[in-house]
Ligand binder design. Structure first.
Ligand SMILES: C[S@@+](CC[C@H](N)C(=O)[O-])C[C@H]1O[C@@H](n2cnc3c(N)ncnc32)[C@H](O)[C@@H]1O
Length: 204
């Protein structure tokens, strides 16, 4: 995976864009129907989705490895957003703290073992009936196969990327009660192909 200095350098160079992802718009609809207050935006970057959730009434923990990106979130001074600078692969996410966890393009940098450890922490961090949204790059993405292959569906080019298949997404979410997996295409710094997962933890 990439370290903090890599992400700080990237975020220093990227434009700020506070338009929420369409995936966040979809998530908000489901979160609103389900109720609850507390959302963890994992790998939030400069906070486009955190800001959107907070502006719609949710308490947001905006977590990222990059303090450069989180500096922008802090400058927004939204009363419903708390920032946490942490590496999700090492950070304790707590037990039953959140009604929703949202991870948009932040969990496709880790090998299979670490990915499963993070999903397990997310499962435990969700309250009963909580909902998990995860979007990762797909094996159909234009960057798939570029660079040195370091593991199945993992390549190192300018950064390490772990590309997802729908069946892999289903498998890593198998502890959840209900799982919906879909393939999507969208522009994010160019045309991209994603695998999206929406997973519901069983109610108590
Ligand atoms: C492609 S960006 C997506 C940002 C944001 N979720 C969005 O949709 O705009 C990936 C984000 O994951 C963060 N990230 C990468 N590795 C991380 C790690 N180990 N722990 C926490 N955040 C990480 C990066 O700093 C970056 O902000």
């Amino acid at each position: 995976m990439q370290d903090k200095s890599f992400w700080n350098a990237n975020w220093a160079a990227w434009e700020e864009d506070f338009n929420p992802s369409p995936f966040a718009q979809k998530a908000l609809k489901l979160m609103t129907v389900k109720g609850g207050h507390d959302v963890l935006d994992l790998g939030c970057g400069k906070g486009r989705n955190s800001l959107f959730f907070a502006s719609n009434g949710f308490n947001v923990t905006a977590m990222d490895i990059s303090d450069e990106a989180l500096g922008v979130v802090d400058r927004l001074k939204h009363p419903k957003i708390t920032t946490v600078c942490a590496d999700v692969s090492k950070q304790d996410l707590g037990i039953e703290k959140y009604d929703a966890v949202f991870a948009c393009l932040s969990l496709h940098y880790f090998n299979d073992t670490v990915t499963r450890q993070i999903i397990d922490k997310i499962y435990k961090a969700l309250r009963a009936g909580g909902i998990f949204f995860i979007r990762c790059k797909s094996v159909k993405d234009r960057f798939y196969g570029i660079g040195e292959q370091i593991a199945p569906d993992m390549f190192f080019d300018d950064l390490i990327r772990h590309f997802f298949r729908p069946e892999y997404m289903r498998e890593i979410l198998s502890d959840f009660e209900n799982v919906a997996v879909s393939e999507t295409e969208e522009d994010y710094f160019g045309p991209c192909a994603f695998v999206d997962g929406i997973a519901l933890k069983a109610s108590a």
